[in-house]
Ligand binder design. Structure first.
Ligand code: FES
Length: 86
């Protein structure tokens, strides 16, 4: 066998989002999942956006993605998905 084993999600490095505060995507997603519901809350928890501010758009995108995922996780019960067929 040659080379490195294939990267898996668990082994793939998380991309850096905020270069000023050295905050990566995983830390931002974790902050959102822990309750940060807007950019200011993410900033409070991680420090991202508190330097030059150019990462703000990327954090808004991560917020939208995480909030959409949370809505999808909540949706199966409301939409009937996940229920056993009758
Ligand atoms: S890159 Fe995030 S504040 Fe500068």
């Amino acid at each position: 066998m040659t080379g490195s084993p294939p990267a898996t999600a668990a082994h793939r490095p998380s991309p850096r989002i905020c270069y000023c505060r050295d905050v990566d995507e995983a830390a931002i997603r974790a902050a959102i999942r822990a309750g940060a519901g807007d950019v200011d809350a993410v900033a409070d928890r991680t420090g991202a956006t508190t330097g030059c501010g150019t990462c703000r758009f990327d954090i808004e995108q991560l917020l939208a993605d995480e909030l959409a995922r949370a809505a999808e996780r909540a949706a199966p019960a409301a939409s009937g998905r996940g229920e056993a067929p009758s």
